[in-house]
Design a protein around this ligand. Structure first.
Ligand code: 6PG
Length: 226
């Protein structure tokens, strides 16, 4: 896995912008659209704000949620709320996980149906952005949770005992079909995981280390400054 490491944020952001333009340009040329699954949390927010400032064909760019906390879309913890705030000025279509339709199980099933309708079966994203948590989780694939074993669904409900909350997450089965996967990380707490990912350490057993891609590229964009 290719590691791109930066000592300060502006170079980290500009490297991802350049790669976005390359990947997106190829997708738009090949398929007339650019489909991207976005990670939540706090790290990617400056990247999303920087991307939103680009002169870019946003009407042909379809943004999706890679995972979601089971809260209303205007809740402070909502990944959709963070992503919508960053990209709303672009007019890009953001495919929200409908957290108001009952349970995380129903929400995951309904979202997967939309993914298949938009991206085929299996759903193939041009790019999937992932974070890495301080416990090595990625998307909402947390250590010791049921969704880690999901090998049939593309989106799954996942109760996270340590948080006491349900989530909806991309599964490994979805990630493997992506044309490109980026881990977007920042700060010293992520270093041990980044090192293990960069050397494809077979002994690494945290959830982010189990992400595989059938035929896509996998890269890490890490900024050492918190
Ligand atoms: C979420 C994210 C999650 C995130 C990691 C890292 O919903 O929380 O999708 O997988 O990427 O928790 O979060 P930070 O980048 O904010 O540390």
């Amino acid at each position: 896995m290719t590691l791109h490491e930066f000592a300060e944020p502006s170079a980290w952001l500009e490297a991802m912008v350049a790669r976005w333009e390359t990947l997106g340009g190829s997708a738009l040329q090949a398929r007339g659209s650019f489909s991207v699954s976005l990670s939540g949390g706090s790290t990617p927010k400056p990247l999303y704000q920087r991307l939103a400032s680009l002169k870019w064909p946003w009407s042909a760019t379809h943004l999706y949620l890679g995972d979601e906390r089971w809260v209303p879309p205007d809740h402070k913890d909502s990944n959709y709320r963070m992503i919508h705030e960053a990209f709303q000025s672009t007019g890009a279509r953001i495919e929200r996980i409908h957290t108001e339709i009952g349970t995380a199980e129903i929400g995951a099933r309904e979202y997967e149906k939309r993914l298949k309708a938009e991206l085929g079966d299996p759903p193939k994203f041009d790019l999937i952005l992932l974070g890495v948590g301080d416990d090595g989780h990625t998307s909402s694939l947390f250590p010791g949770t049921d969704a880690l074993r999901e090998n049939r669904l593309f989106m799954a409900p996942n109760f996270v005992p340590k948080l006491g909350v349900p989530r909806v997450t991309s599964t490994y089965h979805l990630l493997r079909f992506a044309r490109a996967i980026w881990f977007v990380t920042r700060g010293p707490s992520k270093e041990p995981y980044i090192r293990a990912l960069a050397k494809d350490d077979p002994a690494a057993d945290f959830p982010a280390a189990k992400v595989r891609s059938d035929r896509g590229t996998m890269e890490i964009y890490h900024c050492s400054l918190p």
